[in-house]
Design a protein around this ligand. Structure first.
Ligand SMILES: Cc1cc2nc3c(=O)[nH]c(=O)nc-3n(C[C@H](O)[C@H](O)[C@H](O)COP(=O)(O)OP(=O)(O)OC[C@H]3O[C@@H](n4cnc5c(N)ncnc54)[C@H](O)[C@@H]3O)c2cc1C
Length: 352
């Protein structure tokens, strides 16, 4: 018989959810982890096949289990889910899946009352929720005039399979982030590419010291979420780096950036200068936003639409923590956030 009354429901079993679960387990809390996937790995299960362990930015260890040295040639969509599966097995974390959380709401007006977590596999009742649902299921597709009229292929980066699908084609890659640069490098080997960004991309020369620049960046993202401002893309804080794939793309002439087109037509796009560029495909590498729709019934937003955070806790709702969100949108950040959320939730439960 399922235990449907728990102290904490963790929603999502990516890096952030598993970190939170690890710390809940260590503290002996009653909790359940619900995950929409068919198996372990979080969003890593879906990364495009050419995102190799050599081309990821670095995957931080889950708490308490160092990874084996990665094979640089192995796709991250294979290596990371295998590591997560091993983690779940060794720690005995029985993640419930596939279970999609459809809504979270307070059962009554009591601000310290229980929360009802509705799912595709029935309801759970909890005293707190740690939300770790990532961003993969909420891709951003910007609206441009005429976008729906395009006669060629349009896809978001999350649907990208391989460069070979575009062999011999004329392809627009839209977006100024790491993903756009990676995909430009690959697709430009077999196709004619055009790169469109809203702002001039900023490449940083020199290295990146996590102790110095890393801290500053985290401080800026934290300031944004604590003020209830939506956070920008990762590169809007960090800039782009001259990684080997960026250098290869530049050397092939694939990083000649154009300003955003003004309109999409059936046969291509209208450039900022009014000329028409014929295209076979538009690849939108335009990022992701947090997947938080199921939390809407909680009314977590301020009247202005922002959601102010206090650490991992939603400022106006001590029963809800968001991990893998804002400054913790990285594997290392997700780890730390999981621990911080459990500290916060434990304080709440102890006070009740
Ligand atoms: C292309 C790409 C490459 C990246 N590369 C790196 C990198 O190299 N290094 C790095 O540190 N970070 C990287 N990141 C960021 C990184 O993915 C994240 O910070 C981290 O892995 C996300 O972990 P997470 O637990 O927050 O989310 P996810 O891994 O997305 O896990 C969220 C889980 O929640 C589940 N879920 C979602 N909604 C629901 C729901 N309603 N009910 C139940 N379950 C739900 C999902 O199915 C998923 O299993 C990358 C991101 C992208 C998009």
């Amino acid at each position: 018989m399922d235990q449907r009354d728990v102290d904490v429901v963790v929603i999502g079993a990516g890096q952030a959810g598993l970190s939170a679960a690890h710390h809940l387990q260590r503290r002996g809390r009653s909790f359940v982890v619900l995950d929409a996937e068919d198996g372990p790995g979080g969003a890593w299960r879906h990364r495009w096949p050419s995102l190799l362990m050599a081309t990821v930015n670095g995957i931080f260890d889950l708490p308490g289990l160092p990874q084996d040295p990665p094979d640089p040639a192995e796709p991250s969509r294979v290596a990371v889910p295998r590591y997560f599966a091993e983690y779940e097995r060794l720690t005995g974390l029985a993640v419930r899946r596939p279970v999609t959380v459809t809504s979270v709401e307070a059962v009554d007006e009591d601000p310290a009352g229980r929360l009802l977590v509705r799912t595709t596999a029935g309801g759970w009742s909890a005293r707190a929720v740690i939300n770790a649902t990532g961003t993969w299921n909420n891709p951003v597709l910007p609206t441009y005039p005429g976008r729906a009229t395009f006669a060629g292929r349009q896809l978001h980066a999350r649907e990208y399979g391989s460069a070979e699908e575009f062999a011999g084609q004329r392809v627009a890659v839209v977006g100024g982030g790491i993903t756009a640069v990676q995909l430009l490098e690959e697709v430009s080997r077999v196709a004619t590419t055009h790169w469109y960004t809203r702002r001039e991309p900023v490449f940083r020369d020199g290295g990146f010291d996590p102790q110095v620049e890393g801290r500053e960046i985290i401080a800026r993202v934290t300031a944004d979420v604590e003020a209830g401002r939506p956070t920008g893309s990762v590169v809007s804080y960090t800039g782009l780096f001259w990684t080997p794939y960026a250098v290869a793309a530049r050397d092939r002439g694939a990083l000649q950036r154009r300003p955003m087109f003004s309109e999409v037509r059936p046969e291509g796009v209208v450039e900022a200068d009014g000329t028409l560029t014929p295209l076979d495909a538009v690849l939108w590498a335009t990022g992701f936003k947090p997947s938080l729709g199921h939390l809407e019934p909680m009314g977590l937003r301020d009247p202005g639409g922002g959601m102010r955070m206090a650490g991992t806790q939603v400022a106006r709702e001590p029963r809800v923590h968001l991990v893998g969100f804002g400054p913790s949108q990285s594997t290392v950040g997700a780890n730390r956030a999981g621990r911080a959320a459990v500290v916060g939730v434990s304080r709440l439960l102890a006070a009740a």
